[in-house]
Design a protein. Sequence first.
Lengths: 180, 216, 194, 334, 267, 458
Amino acid sequence: MGAKYFGKLTLILFLISAVVAALLGAVNAITESRIIAAKREKTVSAMKVVMPEASSFEEFGYKGKDPLVAEIYLAKGSSGSIGYVVKVTPTGFGGAIDMVVGVSSAGKVTGVSIISMSETPGLGTNALKDSFREQFVGKSGTQAVTKDGGKINAITGATVTSRAVSKGVTSALEAVAALS
Amino acid sequence: MNIGKQFKDGLVSQNPVLVQLLGMCSTMAITTTLFNGIGMGISVLVILTCSNVVIAALRKVIPQKIRIAAYVVVIAGFVTMVDLLIQAFVPELSKSLGVFIPLIVVNCIILGRAEAFASKNTVPAAAIDGIAQGIGYTIVLVVICIIRELLGSGTFGAGIFGVNGGGIRIIAEGYPALFLILPFGGFLTLGCLIAFMQWTANRSADKARKESEAAK
Amino acid sequence: MIARILSISLGAILVENFILVKFLGICPFLGVSKKTDTAVGMGFAVIFVMGMASVFCWLVNYLLLVPLKLQYMQTVAYILVIAALVQFVEMFLQKTMPTLYQALGIYLPLITTNCAVLGVALLNTQYNYGLIESLVYGVMGGVGFTVAIFLFASVRERLEFADLPKAFEGFPIALVSAGLIALAFMGFSGLKIW
Amino acid sequence: MENKLGTVVSPSPHLRSPAGTRNIMLDVIIALVPALAASVYIFGFRALAVTLVSCAACVFFEWGYRALMKKPQNVGDLSAVVTGMLMAFCLPVTVPYWLPVIGAFFAIVIVKQLFGGIGKNFLNPALAARAFLFSWPVLMTKWVAPFSYSSIMNIFGGADAITSATPMGALHAGLLPNATVAQAFLGEIGGSLGEVSALMLLLGGAYLVFHKVISPRIPLAYILTVAVITYIFPKGEADRLSWMLYNLFCGGLMLGAIFMATDYTTSPITKLGQIIFGIGCGLITVLIRYFGTYPEGVSYAILVMNTTVWLIDRATLPRRFGGKPKFDLKGGAR
Amino acid sequence: MNNILYAILVLGAIGAVFGFVLAYASKVFAVKVDERQEEILSVLPGANCGGCGFPGCSGYAAAVVEGRAATNLCVAGGAECTAKISAIMGTESGATEKSVAFVRCSGMKNSVKKYDFAGVSDCLSASLLPGKGPSECTYACLGLGSCVSACRFDAIGVIDGVAVVDKEKCVGCMACAQKCPKNLITKVPYDAKVTIPCFSKEKGPVTTKMCSVGCIACKLCEKACPLDAIHVVDNLAVIDYAKCDGCGACAQKCPRKIIKLADMAAN
Amino acid sequence: MFESFFGDLHPHDFKEATSGKASRPMAAPPYVVIPMSLHLGEPCSPLVAVGDYVKMGQKIGDSKAPISAPIHASVSGKVIAVEPRLHPNGTKVMSVVIENDGLDTLSEEVVPHKSENLTDPEVLCRIVREAGIVGMGGAVFPTAAKISSSIGKVDTLIINGAECEPFITSDHRLMLERPEELMEGIRILKRVFGIPFAHLGIEKNKPDAISLLRSKCGADIKIVPLKSAYPQGAEKQLVYSVTGREVPPGSLPAAVRCVVFNVFTAYSVYRAVHEGMPAIERVVTVSGDAISNPMNLICRIGTPIERLVEEAGGFRGSPFKLLMGGPMMGSAQYDLSVPVTKGTNALLALTSRRDRSVKEPNCIRCGRCAEVCPMRLTPMYIHMYEERDDLNTLEKLNVMDCVECGLCTYICPGRLYLTQSCRLGKNKLRSAKEAAAREAAAKEAAAKKEEEAIKSGK
Ligand SMILES: Cc1cc2nc3c(=O)[nH]c(=O)nc-3n(C[C@H](O)[C@H](O)[C@H](O)COP(=O)(O)O)c2cc1C
Ligand SMILES: Cc1cc2nc3c(=O)[nH]c(=O)nc-3n(C[C@H](O)[C@H](O)[C@H](O)COP(=O)(O)O)c2cc1C
Ligand SMILES: Cc1cc2nc3c(=O)[nH]c(=O)nc-3n(C[C@H](O)[C@H](O)[C@H](O)COP(=O)(O)O)c2cc1C
Ligand SMILES: Cc1cc2nc3c(=O)[nH]c(=O)nc-3n(C[C@H](O)[C@H](O)[C@H](O)CO)c2cc1C
Ligand code: SF4
Ligand code: SF4
Ligand code: SF4
Ligand code: SF4
Ligand code: FES
């Protein structure tokens, strides 16, 4: 038990780690592009939902201060820019809600789509329903639930989530308004 | 080597969840839909089998002192591979299992089997052990999932079939007991399941005893 | 910064308790909770290891993995760090501080395979916490674990006097009790002070 | 062969106080009647119907479980009736009748009898059931305004009355409710079935204290803690005094402090322990009311403190007669 | 490809570093432990599940070695594991002659009852009552079963008011004897052919009045025994099993027929 | 009968049945059974044999042990048996049975102690011992031993006239009927201890006794009215009520410089000194709802209790329990032949109407037992840990402090036998300690033997 013992332990753990790393690297090389694509696909398809006429989306740097706004994309239709899609992350009942809001050039909501949320299933997740999201279409300005004096009908039993989504839409509208 | 016994151990007498009480975290955290359960079960099955094989193969090479570290690296390697593959090919599953896929690394079942079985047995035996234990795990997971999803969300198989992957609705919306898909429900369901198992075990033991006494 | 630390602490202890809400570290929670004394010992060991793991994993991540774009290896690297760290600390304590080892060290092997430890490292990364925040989250997550296991152990001590159906003896009733404690702790959900 | 005298031999003492478990429970039921009456007056007969369903279900499950498990029956001690009443008291009057039945199952079978029945459970059955019933949050938060619901028909009719805000919702938002303090005290406000009339609850509490069923330690410690904190730290622009008073009279504080935090089985038995328990409940209640997502924190505060009872008792065992003070400066802890 | 190289280097380096550190630590911090502890650790499943109530497998192993824990606590390992641990600890029951518990009383139903009693159904409790319990005979079994609840093997039960040991189930741990306030339970060989279920040390006439199956110390058995295996001590006949061959001469002579032969008892 | 509100510390006292009636001297019975154990400590050996003629007040039993008191004949007549007889404690105890000749011929030993120096503690101790005086408050501890062990260590003399147990009024009647003699007895004790004045504690439910004694006592005896609360008469509680001092656990009142005597004890001291009469008589309250005509009887030690029942008009209805002593601490009897002893302050017969025990006692954790326990214990926890034989915890719960007052059992709505649990706990703890001590001694002996063997081997 001397240098040999040290060397052996070191070497073996090194070898195992190295082999594992190599394999991982390989798997990563295969999957990396797919993972990115899968993520992007999800966002893009969500963006398509909120702005169906758009044919492509272009990343558009957001320089505002609103922490809820994550990214802004310029939506391009057949005849050039037709509006913006804003990715916002308001906080709901169970954490951040990832959602995109389409805003037309006229500053009106064209659609709201939720990419992911960790709200309570059967309660907060009702925000995924069309009936709730469609309330926002065509709206502009500050959005709020009826309880808070706004026009949005909150989901029963999930006022917190409804508030969060409304806040997200408001932020998106403000962010776009600030652009022009 | 006795394949029958190994399977019986994995499924019943040494069931990792119900008897050995291993891997509790994921068993309770993700068992809210059948989709999650099957996904988790299969992931664990694959990882368990692979790591069992590798560890059994290396069992003569790895010195005692770095045993745990070495096992852990091997296991973590497989976990990450599975994680990456799931992210790439079944992103929805990755989303709903979240941090619990990487946490398979510390799922006590895998390290437990590595230490208890793979490090002392041949490669084929280790492989079979991995499969048997993995299936035992998956079955229990699926049972818990079905109960919790049915009573908690009122659906069956959300994420697998049904309109928009919403599953088949069995209990009308607004009636299921929401809390069963929360942590509370996880503890309660598993507790009742194990109690049920102990009850059947007691009953069959009682029966056996009565029979033997009657025979006397 | 102080508000941030307090808010992380409150979250980790009450609101998003590792055991009762996040479901991380259930095995030792169920296993080492028969007596309050052992439960507390385990709790302190977890605090210690979660704090250490948070720091070391943060260092490995931001000094090695991120610059080299190897984030996909986080899990492997973290668990290796944790396993080695725990084993090292155990040996170290056993030799140099036998009394502390008696109090803490004996729990250490149990912690390597504890979801809470790897979990905290992964969550630190997921939440983009800085070094200090990671440390706070790790330690406070451990405190949350300790609170939960201490209460649970006291409830289990009381359960020794309960009159249970045979089928529920042992783990089933422990699980049901843990569930009921989780139910009580739901009152803290969403608590936000700072 | 028997001895000629035929007397029974037993260890001393040979006298027992007249108060058995059943008398005590009967007293609690009597103390709850004024609040129930107020509730019927304010919300109509449906309040009574919900309470009866809840009690009947509790008694049924208590009896059924013990019959099924072949254990000696003790439904006669009436504790299930108390549980039933108290559980009904923290539900909205609009709940469909199947909800208290499920609650009764949870309270009696899972929380109480599974652990061995009266005296053995570690959580308050009624409160645990209420917490569990939030599995149906929509049903559990359908509140009605006082007196909007008093026709006899509503016993059978569905719960179609208009949902209305409760004072707790306003307080949660940092606003004062639009009822007067007097209305809040008398109970002309929305809220759970039995919690609305602070006056009637206090009456019941006085009865219990007078009959020595409960000691005032827990309720006083609890209510005073809430009073002090809400007075020192009012929320929003409210003036201290009315903020404090609304916080005391609205929501479940009185019901919880007088009838639920005092539940024997789930509260400490030592005097000091009871005070600590009450203060703990008060602190957590305010914490949840001020900073939590739920507007009301009483039930969770009591449940959380329930889990600490064993520890509190152990830490506060009374100083033995003739023993050294627990903490004397020289000797340290006993 | 660079990426994979980095991966290998980084993870390999971490591995190597820790391999070295652990090797170093294992030398520098080496602590001698009981070999049996290592052995036990190696037969434990290593799941560190804590099911045994100890902090992890090594905690349990240490506890077993130090005698603080039984060998059968590992939930994950099951019976197999228990057997192995017992083997390591050398606690398998040796080949000593099996002995079982025996209750030296035939029961209150045969003896005069002094009074009805109320209170805790517990033998010690009843024995503290005035008159040391409801039976006129202060030596009699109280039949309240304190011994029954002490037995972990379900080997003793109260039948017709007197405790009776099922010698097939009894393992001779004598946990029951410790609980009996009347000290009625004693050890007898598993194959004892003759037993005397009485413990009354009262003088003959007193016993006669109290109990129809009590030893009256008449000494007829003593005289009948060809092997000098039975003696009356303190007004009570006692068998010396080292000498007794089960001939039954004493039983035949006993005027009260209280000496039981094994084959008779079986009926 | 009206009973007090539950939860009250003070059980309804039922004293009115006998408190207003003058005590009635009872004719001596045809024969008396005098057990040789009428006190705490070593039993006496009989000094007489069958056939002997004894006179009233003659010493018939004595022992050399330091903790003991001699026993005297309570009638004159022929000894007809010296054999074990049933004692109220349920065991058979060597007893002297005397056939009463009805003459009550006084023994020559009975002479007033006039000439002796009564302030000398040694003299007084001798007189008290020779008179066979033991604590008449129930503990039957030899009074001479108590005096000699406390002399010089106390600054407060407390006379116990609390009589807190329900039903019993024997001390009450004594105070009303023999105030002068009582005062004189107290003064004798006071002088012995060299204390300027004595405290006489009386519960407030005896206002007549308080006012009577107040009018009779001088400045040297202070009447202390006490709250009517069971167990006000228990030594430690009485010391606390009178002086505010708490007797430490496991100690006697002398540890806080107090000494306590029962009123009947003080009265007996008076009689021994001024009349030379040993303790052969006492007042017994015969009461309870199964007794036709409840009353206080002055009766001879050794009278079979069946005579007392007869004297009080016999049973009314069927007695469910027959108690010697009060309902809280007295012991249940099952045989009417047992004799009155020096500690018998009451004989009670109760009907089943008052039996509130249930088949399945069940603790509801109401905490009342802990609230009422005068020693501030937690009986419900003691019960729980006693059931599981957890001796360590029992010790931590101070089970040894329990004075077995019975209050916890009285108050318990779940109808548990808490006092019995405490007794069992104490019993188990004591036997465990004894076993441990025995084991330690055996080990030591073995070690010694080994050592010796080694030595001798060398
Ligand atoms: C278990 C549970 C889960 C909940 N999940 C959500 C949720 O996902 N989204 C939400 O807005 N509120 C959620 N709530 C919060 C309550 O429903 C809350 O009272 C409600 O948001 C406000 O009440 P209201 O909708 O009746 O005004 C949840 C409550 C509970 C008890
Ligand atoms: C867990 C929980 C407990 C509640 N407890 C009470 C309560 O005890 N009393 C009450 O009046 N309202 C209670 N509420 C109901 C809320 O006050 C309800 O959501 C109400 O509608 C909120 O008012 P808002 O609509 O103005 O926000 C509770 C809600 C939740 C989620
Ligand atoms: C619970 C309890 C209650 C007692 N009650 C009385 C009582 O009412 N009167 C009394 O004289 N002694 C009572 N005693 C006995 C006293 O503690 C003490 O032994 C006695 O007063 C000492 O006087 P003595 O030695 O003269 O009997 C009681 C003891 C206990 C434990
Ligand atoms: C003062 C008092 C308060 C009680 N409070 C409750 C309660 O809040 N919830 C409940 O389920 N039972 C309550 N009970 C009834 C009973 O004690 C309860 O069911 C026990 O917890 C059952 O073990 C109460 C009883 C009393 C005497
Ligand atoms: S306790 Fe032990 S000795 Fe007694 S009967 Fe049971 S197995 Fe036999
Ligand atoms: S043998 Fe002893 S312990 Fe058993 S029932 Fe008889 S008296 Fe009780
Ligand atoms: S009997 Fe003992 S435990 Fe019970 S109240 Fe009296 S002193 Fe306390
Ligand atoms: S033992 Fe009796 S008095 Fe004590 S807490 Fe339990 S029910 Fe109450
Ligand atoms: S699976 Fe999480 S700690 Fe075991």
